[in-house]
Every structure is written in C-alpha cells, then in structure tokens.
Design a protein around this ligand. Sequence first.
Ligand SMILES: Cc1cc2nc3c(=O)[nH]c(=O)nc-3n(C[C@H](O)[C@H](O)[C@H](O)COP(=O)(O)OP(=O)(O)OC[C@H]3O[C@@H](n4cnc5c(N)ncnc54)[C@H](O)[C@@H]3O)c2cc1C
Length: 539
Amino acid sequence: MSRTRSWWGWGTVEDALDELERADLLARVAAMMPGAVLAAHEPPDVATLDLPPARLVPPAPLAALCSTEPVDRAAHSRGKAFRDVVRNLSGDLPDVPDLVVRPVEERDVVDVLDWCSREAVAVVAYGGGSSVVGGVEPRLDGDYAGSVSLDLGRLDRVLEVDRTSRAARIQAGVLGPRLEDQLRPHGLTLRFFPQSFEFSSLGGWLATHAGGHFATLQTHIDDLVESLRVVTPVGTSQSRRLPASGAGPSPDQLFLGSEGILGVITEAWMRLQERPRWRRGASVHFADYAAAVDATRAVAQSGLHPANCRLLDPVEAFLATGVATGGGVLLLGFESADHPVDTAMDRAVTLCREHGGTVPEPPRADGDADRPGRDSATAAWRSSFLRMPYQRDVLAQHGMIVETFETACTWDRFPALHAAVTDAATTALREICGGGVLTCRFTHVYPDGPAPYFGVYAGGRWGSQVQQWDELKAVLSDTLLANGGTITHHHAVGRDHRPWYDRQRPDLVAAALGAAKQRLDPAGVLNPGVLLPTQPRRP
Ligand SMILES: Cc1cc2nc3c(=O)[nH]c(=O)nc-3n(C[C@H](O)[C@H](O)[C@H](O)COP(=O)(O)OP(=O)(O)OC[C@H]3O[C@@H](n4cnc5c(N)ncnc54)[C@H](O)[C@@H]3O)c2cc1C
C-alpha cells in the first residue's frame, strides 16, 4: 500500500495515531499532569500556507528535476524536531527553499553545485529530512540569490555487493527500509537501525555521525564505512576501499559529520554483516539508580559487547514499559550470526546481580532471525520506541512540550552531570512551564562513559511552545557543557547546536575547518550557517 508522507510531522499520514490511540495517550497525560490544557490544533492545509514566492529559475537542463510545488517546498523547509513540528502546525514558514531539486544521477549533483556556485544560490543536501537540529532548514543570514533543497531520494540503489569482503557500494539517498530490502537477497544487512530508520538516508547518517541501535562497539555509522564518494563544487573526492589505513588523517573523517557544508556524499562502500541467528534478551530491575549505573558500567567495561545495553531510569522505565522500580531497568541483548550468545548473557546478568539487579523473567533465547529474543519489558519498550515520534506529534498538537536532548560524558563525571541536569531541568521546567517530567536512558555505552539521552514532557502554552522549549534547551545545553558533556552524541550540530558547538570545539580546529570549506566550497553555498558561521562570497 502506498503511503503519504506527512508534510508537517513525522512519518506517514496513514501511520499516525488513530482516534483510540489518541484518546488513550491524552487520558494518560491528563492523569499525569492534571493542570495541562490539552485543546487540539489541527495542521493547516498546505494550500493555504502563505509561502514566500519562489525566486529562482533553474537552467533548462535542470528544469525537469525541479519542483516548486507548495507541498514540496513546505515539506523540505525544515526537519522533524519538536520545534519544527510546532512551527509547521502554526503555519509559520518564513524560510522555505525556492526549489526542490531531485537528481537522478551523480552528474546532476555536479551540475546543481556548478549552477548554485555561479549564481550564489545556497544548497542544502536533503536525505530523509529527519534532522532535529535545523540541519536542512534554509535559515540563511547571508546574501544569497535563493536556496535549493537537493533531495537525494532518487539515488537509492545498492550498486555492487562484494560478498568476499562483505561490503556494498550504496547510493547515499537510500532510506533505511529500501536499503535493507536490497541487501536481504544477499543474506546480508547493514544492521544500522536509528529510531528514524524508516525516514532517514544513508547519506544523512554519514553526514551527521548518526547513532544506530548497537549500544556498544559499532555505535556510529562511521564504524561501518569503508570509503566515501563526495561531490564538491570544485571536484569529486573518492577514497580508497580499505579495512583500515595508517596513511595520514583519514579522508573519510573529513566528510563524516560534515553536515553538507563540504560536499554532497553520493555513494559509500559500507561494511555489512550476516543476519544474526542467535539472540538473547533480558531485562534487569534495580532498586537503586546509582547501583544500576554501576552495573551498566561493569557490563560496558567487561568486553562482552552487548548489542543492547539501555539503562532506563525509573520514570522512563515506567512510561515506556509499565514496570515500576526504584532504580530503573537495564535492557540487555546479545546477538551473533556465528555462535550462541548464552555465555555472554549469563556473564552480563551475573555482573548485574553483583550490583543488586534482579531478573524477573529468565533471559529469552530465540533463533528466528526476524524475531529477536525479547522479554516483555524489552518488547514493550521497543514498540513504544517506534510509536514515540507519532505520539510526540499528537502531544505537540495538544500544546505540550515533548522533546529529547542527548550527550556523552566519561563515567567519572556522570553522577555530577546527571544531578546537574536534573536540578537545572526541575528549576527551568517549574519556571518556564509550571512543572514537568524529565526522563533519562543510556542509548549507547562505552568502556569510558555512557551516552545519556534525556526526555522532557511538560504542559506548554499554545503559541509559545517554541519559545518555551528554546529557553529550556538553552539552560540544558549550558548545563551539559558545564558538566563535561558534549552538545551532542549523535544528533549533530546543524544550526540549532551551533552556539554550544562553537564553545566546545578548539579554535584551531574551527579555523582548519573554515579553511577546508573555503577550498572545497569557494562560493560558500553549501548549507551556510551549519557547523560554521555563514561566509557568503558572491561571485
Ligand atoms: C523521531 C526521530 C528519531 C531519530 N532517531 C535518531 C537515532 O536513533 N539516531 C540518530 O543518530 N539520529 C536520530 N535522529 C536524527 C536524524 O534522523 C539523524 O540525524 C539522521 O542521520 C538524519 O538523516 P536524514 O537522511 O534524515 O538527513 P537529513 O535530515 O536530510 O539531513 C541531515 C544533515 O545531513 C546533510 N545531508 C543529508 N544528506 C547528505 C548527503 N548525501 N551528503 C551531504 N550532506 C547530507 C543535510 O544537509 C543536513 O545537514 C532522529 C530524528 C527523529 C525526528
């Protein structure tokens, strides 16, 4: 069945919450926040939006690839963060691309960059458009003739599979499901499943250091890259396929996380895996959160490398799985295509028990490749995880503030960072929203530290939600930096994290990045304002 992408919110129109799900969600919110005003606000009809007129006429050879349809321009004007959804709901779209261009081959990308460099037109590479940091929004503060959203969605094929080395050459515009569909007949998988998997692209993942579902080892897409092909305004860079290399700074590292400011990634050779055959899952309950953190650290430092190692704090565990604990729930999972994983799971459970954890259901084994071993808490968490973006949109429609922020820090700093974020959030939520709820889970864990991911739920004021969230976000971001965290572990920098990224990044590195940008993008047209201040240079 064909599905219609929502122009204003997450996913497809057909998969949005139905009336029963909506009613159930709102009843739960009303019980948790009795004072919240929950009037509904429907999205405006796209035909009624007062979009600024399109300012660009493409050169004739590119015209067939271009669209000025209002629904295209509106849908490409921003990503899918809470603040994007709320602004869309209010019909407030001052910054929209003049054209949406959909290349069908790499040559088209070269031609678009040539034209835009000549005419001082800003180019925003667009994969799935799931950015949560203002990465695809043409909010330009320079002197540009207009802006183009370069939608890579038609570059969506797996071009070659090397079974021997277990790698594939893949076009960057492919979205998660279509990528896996093309690898399945080969018995292989990329096994990279961010929460946004369905509506985000390989190129977007590479350009943002995206984080997938593996909690340890191959946490970021970077770990799965063999080589990259990148079109820049001054030429194309193709790195060599290698399993590893000691030859100077890595060419791929220049472009990984470059968020469309240095070039457009058109293809990548990616490392693949066999589909897992052995899986085990368990959830460990804790009475004390500090003990739960210590147990998670013990597992992260054990060398066991679980695929899943998500510590949900007590509030998150209750909201997502319905399990009430004093210290939270650790979701553990092991998987392998090659060997049973019972021994690793048993050892991880032993480590957790040594820190006071209890395992109410025995670890579940399951040999079926498409149905991983999941106990009931893990299954409940997973289904809530996938519905969460749709629920967020409904809550935004009802005037609430629902957003996440994430970081990483070393284990020695985590207790202080967690306490500081909890204090700052409690105070800011009381002052800005009259109260609210903060949750925390670890999305990834490393031997030297966790990646905590926080959720914020509060009653907002319709019409002021964006301002309220921006105030909260500024306080929370300041707190992360002051307590040894990074402004982002995997959500990227975009335009929205720039002020904190500027403080976090060494000045010399900023200068070197600026020099690389000048060399690769002399007209300064590639995604201006992302990662670096805008430096437009009209020809
Ligand atoms: C509900 C939800 C869940 C999410 N879950 C996760 C998660 O689990 N893990 C995670 O890491 N992130 C997550 N994100 C954030 C987002 O999905 C990631 O940043 C993702 O990598 C973006 O991919 P995309 O294809 O949608 O990129 P886009 O949003 O289209 O673009 C993101 C940035 O990359 C640039 N870009 C895109 N394609 C290219 C290209 N081919 N070449 C050069 N630059 C390019 C864009 O210009 C922009 O700066 C989530 C977002 C939402 C809304």
